[in-house]
Design a protein around this ligand. Sequence first.
Ligand code: F6P
Length: 536
Amino acid sequence: MISAQWKKLVNHASLMRDVEMRQLFAEDPIRFKKFSIHSNPLLVDFSKNRIIEQTLELLCRLAEAAEVEEWRDKMFAGEEINNTEHRAVLHTALRNHENTPVSKQVETELARMERLCNKLHRKQWLSYKDTPLKEVVVIGIGGSYLGPKLACEALQHFTQDEINVHFVANVDAHLLDDILAQVSPQDTLFVIISKSFATPETRINAETVAAWLREKSGIRRSVRKQFVAITSNAEAAKSFGIDSDHILNMWDWVGGRYSLWSTVGFPLALQIGMQNFRSLLTGAYAMDKHFQTAPLNNNLPVILALLGIWYINFLKFPHHAVLPYDHRLRSLPSYLQQLDMESNGKSVTRDGKRAGYLTSPIVFGEAGTNGQHAFHQLLHQGGPVVPCDFIGFAKADHEHDGHHEFLLANMLAQSQALMMGRSKKEAIEMLASQNITGQQVRELAPHMTFPGNRPSNTIMCESLTPMTLGALLALYEHKTFVQGVIWNINSFDQMGVELGKTLTNQILPSLQNDKPHTNADCSTHALIDFIRNARK
Ligand code: F6P
């Protein structure tokens, strides 16, 4: 069934390949109305895509054939859709406190989280010197880092009680040095986020800061007072020396990259307060409801997912640029890199067969307008066509005249330029109106020509709040889910990260102890030698 729909789309793509969006806009004054959805709080304009109504119909049929709605319902019902790890996938239950099989545990943990937040905000959480803690250093990596970091940056303007949150992920201690230079041991709470409590980067960083705190305080048990762990491995956190009252639970039915809504969001709750954290959950819940109830052709995550599949699999545009026109969302590209590429960067189907088609896009991006002065040249005139998501907020949260209008004008201009392009004839006309010779016009015209017809979505919202951020992130989560279903892959494991971890452990002794590494290839050998010699 799915392959019949797939074939229809292959045929349709051959007809659509050269259709010009410019032309589609010229012929249809209500194209925006047809290809946009306003589902509060988000307005998604997908009219600047290489699609016509038939494209969307065929894509929706593909989603039906892949049983997207059935899989969605299985996910929300807590079935073990993570088939390789035999786990349910219930991050949506973290934002729905009404009636899920896990509501009770979720509420209990939120209440514990709230008590700890209040203790900090009321200045009752004291250091080894009995001074109130106000700096927070968070240590975690991957899904135990990207979500909280993104959210803390995005919602900085909701910060309460001057709480400063710093993040350490990389095992490179240059970063740790930078952060430790900014905080004082008697002010700082350390939050270790690790579902497994076994990730080496996090363990090494946590051990180094624990040693730092012990040394600075001269008190061995200072870790008990000033450390929090967020983990599903409470035993390991306890043996690390963390007080059991300071260990917040996470569950195996929440994947790391889907965990911001759980206790992994603790740093954000510390920064913006529990009430605002709950608003984030409410925003995500509103998107969950939309995803569960809107028909496929009016369903935001489904539409974004289908457009992605249209480009990757049928028009063969395998990249995707994420372009938030808001400095506060500067970490969104990295967050979505993990969400998409760790979830769907796979080449075997659920039942272990070779997929034989491309899956996750290669995601990259940058906050506007910075990207315009870096890689947008390629977006406009480079070889590959890169579908883009522009994200912007109508209102700013600063009061500096002129900035926000200029920022948003740039965003709108970029999507327009990508879509419209500039024909050679237009380039010649433009150059001819300048004070240059005919020869110069002819020479410059090819360089000033823009192919255009480059697709983009624009996601707009009134302002950036916990609620709108929640809705935006849940939108992308469900988009990724829908794509995984259509590609017939398990989006919830990440076995592709394992081989590198194993080889690291084989190489490490030869860097630590000069032990020869007998199994390595000659390239790795030579590089080990170079490092050893340089460090002698
Ligand atoms: O990179 C692999 C990974 O397992 C991610 O999926 C996860 O988010 C990250 O490492 C951190 O894992 P943990 O929370 O167990 O430290």
